[in-house]
Design a protein around this ligand. Sequence first.
Ligand code: NAD
Ligand code: MG
Length: 367
Amino acid sequence: MSDSRNTPSTLEVALGSRSYPIHIGPGLLGDPQWLSPHLAGRQVMVVTNETVAPLYLARLRQGLGDDLEVRELVLPDGEATKALASVERIWDALLAAGFNRRCTLIALGGGVIGDMVGFAAACYQRGVAFVQVPTTLLAQVDSSVGGKTGVNHPRGKNMIGAFWQPRAVLVDTDTLATLPPRELSAGLAEVVKYGLIRDADFLAWLEAEMPALRGLDAAALTRAIERSCSLKAEIVAEDETEQGVRALLNLGHTFGHAIEAHQGYGNWLHGEAVGTGMLMAAELSARLGWLSDAEVARTRAIIAAAGLPLAAPASMGVEDFLAIMRLDKKNLDSRLRLILLRTLGEACIHDATPTETLTALLEAFPR
Ligand code: NAD
Ligand code: MG
């Protein structure tokens, strides 16, 4: 009787009256029971990109059911699209269609589409409903959950944005079948991150299941996405606007952003930079006396097993790292604020790393 294709797992992000479900499992896209309950009214605009549209737009439309006024907007692929000009295109299309405050935006795609559509929804007529339908692993375990929306500015990534929570997140694990393996590994970096910062049992499970995950085993993927989303949902419920614990989600990100910024965004995928950055954070934690050598070796092994790089770019010297890291938006006042590991499964915010220790790590870390 039990058909696993129709029984996805459902989690809730607990934010009082703005709480919302995350449905996770295979076969969700074409099935109206998952999308329809979250539409604010009859007016629906699906926003996606040129890569994802031919793969999944028709299936999503099936899942919308009948009796709706549906518009589609297909934007170019790429991080460069995550800009105010694209948001204006979305607003123009909404106004041209005569969409009112009870319309719903659906973001079908990776984190670029999700962040941008969320921001368009946050501002259109002072805020309308939106549903996240993430199709990359990174978006499924990270960007679609938590309500951070926004676009890039020529002077900085994610510099313009708002907190705006979706009505629901629909994760159809079947969409990962078409994802390039490099993008899958990049998403796995964020999955490993949740284990490292908050859940040692999950980390051990990931060590065992990494081959299954990279082989797109549906049950393993569902479990990994579910645990990742539930850890992120817990953290977001505790600290929606990043005054405290939410910062732990940035493990590996200060080092990672330095790599991305130095190499030019896009040459290293965000998840790749975060993978290397987490190893740097683990090695720094060992230098501070918190992690054992064996724990650092486990961290290195799982990052390697996820298919992520273990060395920083050859062209990056110590000063390159330091200069970029000092500009990081996570720094408060002038102190360098890093997320480090007390042990595997427990992260902390640390703003007192001696400069000599950081410099020694940056000198010794492989290129
Ligand atoms: P992306 O959206 O650029 O997607 C990566 C590539 O995969 C793109 O070329 C896309 O077209 C393609 N793609 C998407 N789904 C596919 C599928 N099912 N099959 C084949 N190809 C597919 O990148 P991403 O890694 O998903 O997201 C990165 C963005 O997310 C960045 O802009 C980052 O700032 C943002 N982000 C936001 C948060 C947040 O909390 N809001 C968190 C993490 C990252
Ligand atoms: Mg990240």
